[in-house]
Design a protein around this ligand. Structure first.
Ligand code: S3P
Length: 177
């Protein structure tokens, strides 16, 4: 079979770990489609993530994530970038592993804080609207770290490395068959 029959790659990781950036780079390098889950959910619901959290609540958003994953299980040749909270539900972790090779972008906390410090980066992240958002990041990071590690087939350390180095490492290690 040709390249179009590649298995999917599913990128997971904390907010600000670079899932979208690295996903796009992988998509170009491997000539695979790129799908950003948050973005698809926003289009489907015609609301921003922030509006969804505000108007419908986090629980509703979490159920949309699960429904979205279920509709994609027949996809191939696609790089999926997921929302940082997708690993919170055990059911989602199961669906992620059915969807493809699950790659964790494992950034350390300083790196994460640096990436999401700007107003622009926080604007659309409803979980980081509070004054002590750094405290919130640290709390969520600690609470979730184990879940990310458990959900992943491949763990890639991102700190101190550029996008092309990371894409190369993923390409050389991920199982696309
Ligand atoms: C979330 C991460 C966000 C988005 C939503 C909730 C989380 O995605 O899905 O704001 O719970 O970590 P990114 O990881 O792309 O920021």
């Amino acid at each position: 079979m040709g390249g179009q029959m590649n298995k999917n790659i599913v990128l997971i990781g904390f907010m600000g770990s670079g899932k979208t950036t690295i996903g796009k780079s992988l998509s170009q390098a491997l000539d695979m489609k790129f799908i950003d889950m948050d973005h698809e959910i926003e289009k489907q619901e015609d609301k921003t993530i922030r509006e969804l959290f505000q108007l419908d609540g986090e629980g509703y958003f979490r159920s949309l994530e699960t429904e979205f994953l279920k509709t994609r299980l027949d996809d191939r040749n696609t790089i999926f970038s997921t929302g940082g909270g997708v690993i919170l539900k055990e059911e989602n972790c199961e669906l992620l592993s059915q969807l493809g090779s699950v790659v964790l972008l494992h950034a350390d906390i300083e790196h994460i804080i640096n990436n999401i410090r700007s107003d622009e980066a926080r604007k659309n992240r409803p979980l980081l609207q509070e004054k002590d958002y750094i405290g919130k990041i640290k709390h969520l990071y600690k609470e979730r770290e184990e879940m990310y590690l458990n959900a992943a087939n491949l763990i890639v350390k991102t700190s101190g490395r550029n996008v092309s180095e990371l894409a190369e490492e993923i390409i050389s290690k991920v199982n696309l068959k």
